[in-house]
Design a protein around this ligand. Structure first.
Ligand SMILES: *Cc1c(COP(=O)(O)O)cnc(C)c1O
Length: 306
C-alpha cells in the first residue's frame, strides 16, 4: 500500500463555466498531509527504508517537511526537520503534531538546510523537497490515475516551485504515452524561477523570493525541470499574487476546499479565463493543495494588497 491516496478526479461545473471549457480537478489537496508531495516523498521514504535508512531528515518547514513527517509516522521511522526561525507557528505545530523532532535554526532556509545536511549520518536519509528522481517517479502516479480513469485531457495545468511536480507529471505523461499533451506551468510574480530559466535558456538563481506563494519559493528550478522544457511542450505562465489569492477565495466558495496561494496560482488560469488555455477544450488542473496557509492568513495577505 502506498502512503498516498488515489485522489478524486472531478469535473468542475463552476470552473468550467469560468474558463469556458471543461475543467477537470485532480484533488491532491485531499492527500492526508495536505498536498501532492506525499506521492513522491512517500515513495522515496519507503525506498530509503529498504536501503537501510533508520531516520528521515528534512529542512522544509512547508509541505515537503509535512509529507516526510507523515511518512515517518506511518513507517514508524523517526523524523528530524530543521526549519528556520521564519517558519510560521502553524507549520511548526503541524510538524510537531506529526511527531517529528523539530529543530529551529538560523535566519533563513540556507542555514537550516546546512545544519540538516550536517546531521545526516550513514543510517539517515535526507529528503530533498523537489530534486530527486524517486520523487518524480512517485509524483507520476497522479497521471497514472488520470489515465486509468478514462478522462482524456488535452492540457495539464500545474504550479511550479522547484519543479518536482513538473518532472513527475512529465514523467507520468511520458510513461503513459501522453507525451504530446502540453503542460501549462504556472508561477507567481516574485517566484518565477522556471519562467526565468526558460527565458535565459538555462536554470538561473533568483535573487530573492517576493511572492506570498511560499511553496513556489525555490530560487532555482532543478536541472531536470529545465531539461523537460527542451524535450516537450511546456507553456510558462506567470500570475500575480493578487490573482492567486483571489483564486484561493473563489475555490473555497466554489468547492469548499482551502488551498495555498501556490495552488491558487494554477486555479487563477480558470477563473481569469487565461488566453493560454484557448487552444484546449478539456483541461486537467492539478490541485496541488498545501496545508500551511490558514484562511486568516489568506485574508490578511489579500487585505495587505488592497
Ligand atoms: C511543493 C509545492 C508546490 C511546488 O512543487 P515543486 O515540486 O517544488 O515544483 C506547489 N504547490 C504546493 C502546495 C506545494 O507544496
Amino acid at each position: 500500500m502506498p502512503l498516498h491516496i488515489e485522489s478524486p478526479l472531478v469535473e468542475s461545473h463552476l470552473l468550467s463555466l469560468s474558463a469556458g471549457r471543461a475543467v477537470w480537478l485532480k484533488l491532491d489537496s485531499l492527500q492526508p498531509p495536505g498536498s501532492f508531495k506525499i506521492r513522491g516523498i512517500g515513495l522515496a521514504c519507503e525506498e530509503y527504508l529498504k536501503r537501510g535508512a533508520r531516520r528521515f531528515v528534512s529542512s522544509s518547514g512547508g509541505n515537503a517537511g509535512l509529507a516526510v513527517a507523515y511518512a515517518g509516522r506511518k513507517l514508524s521511522t523517526p523524523v528530524t526537520v530543521v526549519v528556520p526561525e521564519t517558519t510560521s507557528a502553524r507549520a511548526r505545530d503541524l510538524l510537531q503534531l506529526e511527531q517529528a523532532e523539530l529543530i529551529v535554526h538560523g535566519a533563513s532556509w540556507q542555514e537550516a538546510n546546512a545544519l540538516a545536511l550536517s546531521m545526516v549520518g550513514p543510517t539517515d536519509a535526507f529528503l530533498h523537497p523537489f530534486d530527486d528522481p524517486l520523487l518524480w517517479q512517485g509524483h507520476a502516479t497522479l497521471i497514472d490515475e488520470v489515465v486509468a480513469s478514462g478522462v482524456r485531457p488535452d492540457a495539464v495545468v500545474l504550479s511550479v516551485g522547484g519543479g518536482g511536480l513538473l518532472c513527475g507529471v512529465a514523467e507520468g505523461l511520458r510513461r503513459n504515452s501522453w507525451g504530446h499533451v502540453p503542460i501549462v506551468a504556472v508561477e507567481t510574480e516574485g517566484a518565477a524561477s522556471f519562467h526565468q530559466a526558460q527565458k535565459a535558456g538555462h536554470p538561473v538563481e533568483l535573487k530573492k523570493i517576493t511572492s506570498v506563494a511560499t511553496s513556489l519559493g525555490a530560487k532555482q528550478v532543478c536541472d531536470r525541470a529545465f531539461q523537460w522544457s527542451q524535450e516537450r511542450s511546456i507553456i510558462s505562465v506567470v500570475v500575480s499574487d493578487r490573482s492567486a489569492l483571489f483564486a484561493c477565495r473563489r475555490f473555497l466558495a466554489d468547492h469548499r476546499l482551502l488551498v495555498e496561494p501556490a495552488c491558487g496560482a494554477s486555479l487563477a488560469l480558470a477563473y481569469e479565463k487565461a488566453t493560454e488555455l484557448a487552444p484546449f477544450s478539456n483541461v486537467l488542473f492539478v490541485v496541488c493543495g498545501g496545508a500551511t496557509a490558514t484562511i486568516e492568513q489568506i485574508q490578511q495577505w489579500s487585505a495587505n494588497l488592497e
